[in-house]
Design a protein around this ligand. Structure first.
Ligand SMILES: [Zn+2]
Length: 267
């Protein structure tokens, strides 16, 4: 479906420079009359009229655009190419981030510091198994608070209730963007904690106004809670400058952006 969509896009794009008719090598027997408007373009025109938006021409299947959430899980053996972030920028030594994208992260952090703020990466890449550990920790403390205790508490049927509750507090294994290597949780001081209201709001205001210049978006803003399911105003995610600029300037969350490129995507 995605490739068909892109092919139609290509056709429409090429059609603009043509006078009468076009033949495409990529589409078998594809002869398109100049007055023919493919269905995808009709939808595009409507969207353009509705929002006046000029959506970037991107390939949504590229790594940097991966969508990860409760309905789109990464596999346990998904390992991106990550490297350790310079110790000067992190709260915990050894925190990792996507190797190719590292310069964008460092440039953004440097810019925040040059603007006069203190900033550190509290959390970066997390493996599936590490996310699993965090999740199991959340589930077992919920279970404990519900009185489900004992050596094999997790074997009890009511433990499942604790697991369901945990899904609203901690990302399920495979459902965390941190496994992509493209997400960071940012804090305003060394060993700062993720309590948004206690952090420097001017620093976050600066980030929200400039993060897209470095290819990052604020991934879970409070006002999009009903669409993303999460309120994590400290969490920023790399998607590239083009997409980030579009998303931040048009006040979209990533699910809204992604759905435009994948008609089968639901959120
Ligand atoms: Zn995060």
């Amino acid at each position: 479906m995605i490739s068909l969509f892109l092919v139609l896009f290509f056709i429409v794009d090429a059609r603009r420079d043509s006078s009468t008719e076009l033949i495409f090598g990529g589409v078998e027997g594809g002869t398109i009359k100049s007055d023919y408007v493919p269905p995808a373009q009709v939808v595009e025109d409507e969207a353009d009229e509705l929002g006046g938006l000029k959506w970037p021409d991107i390939d949504i299947t590229e790594h940097q655009y991966s969508i990860v959430n409760d309905n789109n899980l990464l596999s346990a053996v998904y390992y991106p190419d990550v490297e350790v972030i310079d110790a000067n920028y992190v709260t915990y030594y050894g925190t990792k981030f996507d190797a190719e994208t590292m310069p964008y992260l460092i440039a953004m952090l440097d810019a925040v510091r040059e603007a006069g703020f203190s900033i550190y990466v509290n959390s970066g890449y997390r493996s599936y198994s590490y996310q699993e550990q965090i999740f199991n920790g959340t589930a077992s403390s919920i279970a404990e608070s519900m009185g489900i205790t004992g050596k094999e508490a997790y074997m009890k049927p009511e433990y499942q209730e604790a697991v369901e509750k945990a899904r609203h507090i901690t990302n399920y294994p495979g459902a965390s963007e941190h496994q992509l290597g493209l997400a960071v949780d940012l804090v305003d001081r060394y060993h700062g904690t993720l309590k948004y209201d206690n952090m420097n709001q001017e620093m976050f205001a600066w980030l929200d106004a400039h993060c897209f210049e470095y290819g990052f978006i604020k991934r879970y803003p409070q006002k999009k809670l009903l669409l993303t399911g999460w309120d994590e105003s400290w969490h920023y995610r790399y998607v590239g400058v083009e997409a980030a600029t579009f998303i931040m300037k048009n006040d979209l969350c990533y699910e809204q952006f992604y759905a435009h490129y994948d008609p089968e995507f639901e959120y």
